[in-house]
Design a protein around this ligand. Structure first.
Ligand code: APR
Ligand code: ZN
Length: 368
């Protein structure tokens, strides 16, 4: 079949909206019609050419929501008409990782996914007979796409897809880091570095679990209003204090129970660790630092009980946990609507990248 898609032909070039060929689903695969997709920093990172795994031409996008059109042989858990969210972190429920209780990093299709291919080592997308690569196993910048069954979360059919697409990446990354990875307890003092799309989701999850204090740290004071609406209780602008770590230790009466780095800057990662309370404070890295960058601190910080850890896709097991997060949104426990600041048709998708680079959007969503 033919499908409309925004194709990345080369690093640093705008996406081109064209018609490409899409082959139907093979064994264990599912054809999905996307209804909406968010545009995320990771798409921009790959498009910039800085992503060591990035290759072109490719159809980017990994934050979508849609409806199943057709299933390939052997697909049991999905049928045409089902509402789904694509998962860049799949959940096969069989591999060594899925069977281990401490990780969500299913590895069953990791190598082919990293190469931009389906699990059988080929691509379903092509143009004039030449293959176009998939991306993060999702390629949601195409109106229709093919995914492995294990990379689709089936969600309730009454969820608005123009909103819940954001659960495919940003919402789950922030909310899950608090609830599934850090397991923040009620009464905790929490610090969030970076009040963008990820940080605001960390804030609303910290409020949801009953944190007593939620301190936001950002160099842009324009972020304060929305952050307060989401649950931030205190704000620190690093440009207005001598020492961010000392300011946090003061405000928290000794250090934070949990800090979350939602910027992707190795200097703020160090601050986030050192702002943790001696003996028990935990710092969770969510932001993605540039390729090749390294973090540092004095080992004494860890010897004296602070914990440094990271979180990918919020520790969520996609097929199991994403439908639950959709429920939380539908029940009014999570606010997604205020985070989607811009929408546009596929033809205008390059505007979404401009808005992101200019810091004007929290999230842009493309509507098919
Ligand atoms: N100190 C404090 N705040 C900072 C700093 C800094 N040195 N540098 C940037 N910020 C703030 C920005 O002002 C902005 O509000 O961090 C926020 C980042 O927000 P977004 O650009 O919206 O990014 P977001 O989508 O939240 O993603 C954050 O997570 O997924 C990764 O790759 C992504 O690394 C990025 C991070
Ligand atoms: Zn697995």
């Amino acid at each position: 079949m033919k499908t409309r898609a925004a194709v990345a032909f080369a690093a640093g070039k705008p996406l081109e909206i064209i018609e490409v060929d899409l082959e139907g689903p093979r064994a264990g695969e599912v054809l999905v019609e996307l209804k909406a997709t968010g545009v995320c920093h990771t798409d921009a990172f790959t498009l910039s050419g800085d992503d060591p795994e990035g290759a072109f031409p490719a159809i980017l996008g990994h934050e979508g929501a849609g409806v199943v059109v057709e299933v390939g042989p052997g697909v049991k858990s999905l049928k045409p008409g089902d509402t789904v969210i694509p998962l860049y972190t799949p959940e096969c429920r069989e591999c060594e990782y899925c069977l281990h209780p401490k990780t969500n990093l299913c590895q069953s299709i990791r190598s082919t996914q990293g190469q931009g291919l389906m699990p059988d080592g080929t691509s379903r997308f092509s143009l004039d007979g030449k293959p176009i690569l998939h991306y993060m196993g999702c390629s949601t910048f195409s109106n229709y796409t093919v995914l492995p069954e294990i990379a689709l979360a089936k969600i309730r059919s009454d969820a608005p897809l123009d909103k819940v697409c954001y659960i495919g990446c940003g919402v789950t990354t922030g909310v899950g880091a608090v609830i599934f990875d850090a397991k923040v307890e009620p009464g905790s003092r929490v610090v969030v570095f970076g009040l963008g799309g990820i940080g605001l989701n960390v804030i609303q999850a910290a409020r949801l679990v009953g944190a007593r204090q939620i301190i936001g740290v950002d160099i842009n004071p324009a972020k304060v209003e929305l952050a307060r609406k989401f649950g931030m209780t205190d704000f620190i602008n690093p440009k207005e204090v001598d020492n961010v770590v000392e300011a946090i230790v003061d405000l928290t009466h000794g250090g934070a129970d949990y800090t979350f780095e939602c910027i992707g800057n190795v200097n703020t990662m160090r601050q986030a660790l050192e702002a943790c309370h001696k003996g028990w404070g935990e710092s969770i890295i969510i932001g993605v630092a540039g390729a090749g960058q390294e973090i540092s601190t004095r080992p004494f910080q860890l010897v004296t009980g602070r914990v440094w850890r990271g979180s990918a896709f919020g520790g969520a097991r996609g097929r199991t946990d994403v439908p639950t997060i959709v429920d939380w949104y539908m029940e009014g426990r999570l606010n997604i609507d205020d985070l989607i600041t811009h929408t546009m048709p596929l033809e205008k998708i390059n505007d979404a990248f401009d808005l992101m680079h200019e810091g004007k959007s929290i999230r842009s969503v493309v509507l098919y």
